[in-house]
Design a protein around this ligand. Structure first.
Ligand SMILES: Cc1ncc(COP(=O)(O)O)c(C=O)c1O
Length: 413
């Protein structure tokens, strides 16, 4: 199976989650249910670190983009493994601290931040604050002068290199406009980067890094554009240093992840890392650290959602498997992003029996509430357990109580 990993495997035509029969897990804990795998999360983390081995002598910092899945146990697992945290709100900072991360392992990248947000993050000693706009510095200055006058606060600049990539317009986070014309709100435009560092220094902040995040859900097709962005990053960092602002680190954001479908050509993280290391080596930039902010990559394929088929329904030649969960409450991505796909398997008979085109429909009052539209799969029976794959990232964290349906329980095995 193209999706098999250390968490998901098939034994006697049944889905196993680690060493556990998925149908038995569903029976023991009830459905709908999120199941996450510690082994897979750790395997993803070490695979990314390993990609750097022998490629650079610089320090590597992996900031987990906890918006992907802020489950306390997952944060603790990654903390023990040596990860740092990319937090985007005071709430995320508080959860990271609760999981035991010290503030110097947290990087705060907020957008449209308020004085209240800044007060909370400045209060944490050694937390690095990422600046999203030169205009944001006026607010930062006011908060600093009022409450943190003599405090050393390290900052980075999130810049927008004019190149953005993502699987859907809504998650392209750099460039001028998205594929469908939405103005992109993130980052400091190229010509204002030096000015932002200059003003930050003038206001008493300590420049420490340069950062970008281009977007999410890259495939092989995005590689060339991403390489161009790496080149621009190195060039910009060199300009920043020439202007007298020293940089400790370059942060290349996130964006790469697991495969969501068999026909998706995987973005090669290994080649990406190799490219970054090679370019930095040639540049003589004199930085200390290379940073990245993986979200999906670390937890996406380390989670599934288990749901139960309540009944099959046929209407106008459409065959539906009606399940006991709603997308908005569990795996909202297919309902939010056109083109988002989560592979679905029948836990008790993988690839077995007659296949038909089946729409896996949820229990919400919304036509778009489908986990999978006309997917070719063996016809399930009433009571069968289906697993919606790649449910470790941006599922629970984006789920709502729409229709007053509960968000499912989560377990880690
Ligand atoms: C600033 C920043 N860094 C990292 C990420 C992680 O992206 P991904 O999960 O695609 O790796 C995001 C996602 O939105 C982000 O906004």
């Amino acid at each position: 199976m193209w999706w098999a990993n250390k968490f998901l495997n098939v034994k006697e035509k049944k889905l196993y989650l680690g060493d556990k029969d998925a149908t038995k897990v569903a029976k023991a804990h009830g459905t709908p249910l999120y199941v996450y795998s510690k082994t897979q999360i750790l395997s993803n983390f070490s695979a990314l670190l390993k990609a750097f081995t022998g490629k650079t002598s610089l320090e590597i910092k992996l900031y987990y983009a906890m918006k992907a899945n802020p489950h306390q146990e997952i944060l603790k697992i990654l903390k023990e493994a040596g990860a740092c945290i990319d937090a985007v709100s005071p709430g995320e900072v508080a959860e990271a601290l609760r999981a035991g991360f010290s503030a110097d392992r947290i990087f705060f990248t907020g957008t449209s931040v308020s004085a209240e947000d800044l007060k909370l993050v400045f209060d944490q000693d050694d937390l690095i604050v990422n600046i999203d706009a030169v205009e944001q510095l006026e607010l930062m200055k006011e908060v600093r002068e009022r409450w943190f006058k003599h405090k050393k606060i390290k900052v980075a600049v999130r810049w927008n290199p004019g190149i953005g990539r993502g699987f859907n317009s809504k998650v392209v986070t750099a460039g001028e406009k998205t594929y469908d014309g939405m103005p992109i709100k993130f980052g400091v435009e190229e010509k204002k980067v030096i000015q932002t560092f200059a003003r930050a220094s003038q206001y008493g902040f300590t420049p420490a890094g340069l950062h970008y995040h281009l977007g999410s859900g890259w495939t092989r097709q995005d590689f060339e554009a991403v390489k161009d962005a790496v080149d621009k990053m190195i060039q910009k960092a060199s300009e920043v240093q020439k202007q007298g602002f020293s940089l400790e680190f370059l942060d290349f954001g996130g964006g790469f992840g697991p495969r969501y479908s068999s026909d998706q050509e995987k973005f090669s993280v290994k080649e990406y890392v190799e490219y970054i290391c090679q370019k930095i080596k040639k540049s003589n930039l004199g930085i200390k650290t290379i940073a990245m902010e993986p979200g999906k990559y670390l937890v996406g394929d380390a989670g599934v959602l288990l749901v139960k088929v309540e009944y099959l329904k046929k209407s106008y030649e459409n065959l539906f498997a009606c399940v006991n969960a709603g997308t908005f409450n569990t795996v909202p991505r297919p309902a939010i992003y056109s083109g988002a796909y989560h592979h679905i398997v029948n836990c008790s008979h993988i690839n077995y029996g007659k296949k038909e085109l089946i729409t896996v429909a949820g229990n919400l009052c919304e036509t778009g509430d489908v986990f999978g539209k006309e997917i070719e799969m063996p016809v399930p029976k009433r009571g069968d357990i289906l697993a919606v794959l790649c449910a470790g990232a941006y599922c629970k964290s984006m789920a709502s109580n729409f229709n007053l349906r509960e968000i499912p329980k989560e377990i880690i095995i």
